[in-house]
Ligand binder design. Structure first.
Ligand SMILES: *Cc1c(COP(=O)(O)O)cnc(C)c1O
Length: 413
């Protein structure tokens, strides 16, 4: 595929750039990855092929000869960023989608049939849980949800009838850490596919495929896009599986060429952005726990010594997410959001600007109080996605908002 001599590029064929030298590191690969010659003008930034269809030369009567035919089936603008992600995750193949949910839906529909058992964490991303429950009701998928405690014992959680396992680590919003390598071994023993949604960690901090997972899924809307201006998704992993996840053809969740272009642009700075987000989030996790308004800091590895051990083993940085349980409950959370001057109140995460949200009122609002409690989601839990602002500015803004939110009574356990 990366034939350095294929620089002429037949009309509509895949022209690739000279491969990068093998000695370059991650940040360099991100800047130069997926580059390819622009045969028309020699542009350094690859152009956007905002075209739904591609010229079909009369002499090439066979569609099979052509690389690009119709954008739902493939577009040159999407190939660069897909290649960067493939390399970054160390997979055999990568495919982009219209959204993270497009990637999740295509994965589940392509790999599980009615009657197949799908094992999933209870605290997966809300959209993923909704999809699985819907497929259980209307499609006969045998979905088995695992509480956090049950998910600590993958060997017992996985059975001979398990086809697909969906895992997230760290989880949303309590940032619990699951042992991906241990899950991969359990999946292997029964021949199940382990798909890890790696959105929260980003591929800078965690490589699920290297830990034995078969697939890694990303909402590229978050860290990969990183500027709150792209909606996209990705699946990377074993070629035999990625090829089966054929949503571009059958399910139609195709990434838009402009979104793919923005994603490629964003990936160039991913290492820089995530390094800064890792550093600032750690600084805040270390300092905010001492504030009288804060009952508990949720941060990867903090829940227990066992999780610290897993996080230290499977993550390079701990990511840019942290959550705070406020002593004053829902009212304090509301006052906290209202007092923020810099951090913006919005769901989503992974962007250059810091965002705050209250999961009990946003992503998890459909859950009953009992279900929220079972997931450790207190009404006074605020989730912070740390951006790339000056760390001191963020500390000042968040501390000031905590000063204003009151300590109230400790939340009920
Ligand atoms: C946002 C998110 C998704 C869904 O991605 P979209 O791009 O919004 O469709 C899936 N998984 C996780 C962990 C997410 O945070």
């Amino acid at each position: 595929m990366s034939d350095p001599d294929d620089r002429e590029g037949r009309s509509g064929s895949r022209a690739t750039a000279r491969p990068l030298p093998p000695w370059v590191g991650v940040a360099t690969r991100l800047v130069h990855g997926g580059r390819r010659p622009d045969l028309n003008a020699g542009a350094i930034v690859y152009p956007i092929y905002q075209s739904s269809t591609f010229h079909y030369p009369a002499e090439h009567s066979e569609a099979g000869e052509r690389t690009y035919f119709y954008t739902r089936l493939g577009n040159p603008t999407a190939d660069g960023p897909a290649e960067v992600l493939r390399e970054l995750e160390g997979g055999e193949a990568a495919r982009l989608f219209a959204s993270g949910m497009g990637a999740v839906t295509a994965t589940v529909l392509s790999l599980a049939r009615p009657g197949d058992e799908v094992v999933a964490l209870t605290d997966l991303y809300g959209g993923t849980t909704d999809l699985l429950l819907d497929l259980r009701t209307r499609y006969g998928l045998a979905v088995r949800e695992l509480t956090d405690a049950a998910a600590r014992d993958p060997e017992s959680a996985v059975t001979r009838s398990t086809r697909l396992i969906l895992l997230e680590s760290p989880t949303n919003p309590c940032l619990r850490v699951h042992d991906i390598a241990r899950w991969a071994a359990a999946a292997d023993r029964v021949g199940a596919v382990l798909a890890v949604d790696g959105t929260f960690a980003s591929p800078i901090n965690q490589h699920p495929l290297a830990l034995g997972a078969d697939l890694v899924i990303h909402s590229a809307t978050k860290y990969l896009g990183g500027h709150s201006d792209v909606v996209a998704g990705a699946v990377v992993g074993a070629a035999r599986l990625v090829e089966r996840i054929d949503a571009r053809r059958a399910y139609g969740a195709t990434v838009d060429p402009f979104a793919a272009f923005l994603l490629h642009r964003s990936l160039k700075t991913l290492a820089l952005r995530v390094a800064r987000q890792n550093e600032t989030a750690r600084l805040l996790a270390d300092s905010l726990g001492g504030h009288p308004a804060v009952a508990r800091v949720h941060y990867p590895g903090r829940a227990s010594p066992a999780e610290e051990e897993i996080a230290a083993r499977q993550m390079r940085g701990r990511g840019g997410m942290l959550s705070l349980t406020l002593r004053g409950g829902a009212a304090a959370a509301e006052r906290f959001l209202g007092a923020l001057e810099l951090v913006q109140v919005a769901s989503s995460l992974g962007s250059v600007e810091s965002l705050a949200s209250v999961p009990a009122r946003t992503s998890h609002r459909h859950l009953s109080p009992d279900e929220l409690a079972a997931r450790g989601i207190d009404p006074g839990l605020v989730r912070l996605s740390i951006g790339i602002e000056e760390p001191d500015d963020l500390r000042r803004d968040i501390t000031h908002a905590l000063d204003r939110c009151g300590t109230g009574a400790p939340p009920p356990l």
